[in-house]
Design a protein around this ligand. Sequence first.
Ligand SMILES: [Zn+2]
Length: 419
Amino acid sequence: MLHRGRFHGSGARRVVLALTAATLAVLMPVAGLAANPQEKKDAVDERVEELTREFQGLDEKLARVIAEKEAAEEAMPAAEDALSQAEDELAEAQREDEELAARMTSAQNAQEDLRAEIDAGEQELADSQGAVTRIARQAYQNSGVTSDLALLLQMASSDTGAQGLGRVDSAVRSQQRTITRLSEQRTTNRNNQDRLDAIAVEIEDLKEEAAAAVLTKAAAENDARQRKTDLDSLIDTKDRASQTIEDNRAKTEEELKNQQEEQERLAEEVEKWEREAEERGETLPGNGELRNPAPGYPVTSPFGYRIHPITGSRRLHTGTDFGIPCGDPVRASGDGIVVSSGWAGGYGNRVVISHGKVDGKTIASTYSHNTRNTVRAGDRVSQGDVISRAGTTGSSTGCHLHFEIMQSGAYVNPMPFIQ
Ligand SMILES: [Zn+2]
C-alpha cells in the first residue's frame, strides 16, 4: 500500500542528508570556472605575456582584452553545458516536488475515504451487534431456541409439509447471515483501520520527503541562476572584448602598415649600402659563417608568419627574438662592417652588420631594441664582438633582442644560419 519514491531509509536521515546537500549547494561557489578565479587569472596573465612576446609592440591592455575574449570563448561550451544541466536538475526537482504534492493529495483523499468507510462500518457493526444480541437473548430464554424459531417450528408442524419447513430453513439462514455479517464487518473494520494507520505513516513520510524536495528545489534554482549569471558574464566579456578589438582594428592596421613600410625601407637601405660597397670594389670580410648573437639565452619568439589577433591578417615576424635582460651584451654574429647604428623607429636602437656575399647572395644581420649601441656605422667588427647592450626600445614590450638575417635584402629565418 505504501508507495515509496526514490528515497530510502528513515525519513529523519533523509531530511538531514537533503539539508546538508541543499546547504552546501547554496553556500558553495559553483564548480568550474568560477571555482578557481586565480587559475583563470593566471591563464589570462600567461596568455597576455605570450601575446605581447609574439606581437611585440601590441598594447598590453589590448592583449589582455584579447586573452579575456579567448578565455571567455573557451569557457563558454562548458558554461552552456553546466547551465543546461542545472536547468535539467531544476526541472527534475520541480517534477519531484509536484509528484510528492500529488501523492500527498491522493493519500489525504484515501485517508478521508477510509475514515468515512470506518465510520459507516462501525455503524454497521453496531447494528449487526444489536441483531445478534437479540438472537442470543431469545435463545437463552427458550433453552437454545429463539422465539422466532420456536414460532416457526410451531407453524411448521401445523403447516402443510415442505412450505413450513422452508420457512424454518429461511429463518435459520437469516440468523446465520446476521452472525456472518457481524464477523465480516469486524474483519473489514480491522483491515480499514490497518490501512488508515499505514496511510498516516505514508503521509508523515511524504511530509518529510516534501520538506527535503523543497530544499533540493531551492538549491537547484539557486544553482541554475548562478550558472545563467556565469554564462551571461562570459557572453558579456566576449561581446565587450569584440567591440574593443573592433574599435582598435583601424588603428592597428595603420600601425602594422607603417611597420611593414619601415621594414621594407630598412631592407632597401641595406641593399643600397651593399650595392654601393660592391661598386666601390670593397671586399667584405668574413666567410659567411654566423653564430648566435645571444648565446645562452632562450629563443622567446621564432621567425615566421602568424595571424594577428586584432586584424586577423597574416603577418611576418621578420626575425628571431631572444629573451636577454636589458643591459646584457649583444654580440656580432659574424665578421663584418657596421652598415648602420642608431634609432630606427619601431626597431628602437638598431645595429646592422654586412657580412659580404655567400653563394652570390649578400648576407646582413640586424640587432634591435637595444638600450644603447656600442659600435658606429663603418666600424669593422669580428664575430663575437660586443656591439650593443640589450634593451626594450622602440615597439617592444620587454627586454629582448630582435635578431634578423637579410639575404639579398629579404628577411629570412635566422636559425639555420646560426646553428
Ligand atoms: Zn622580434
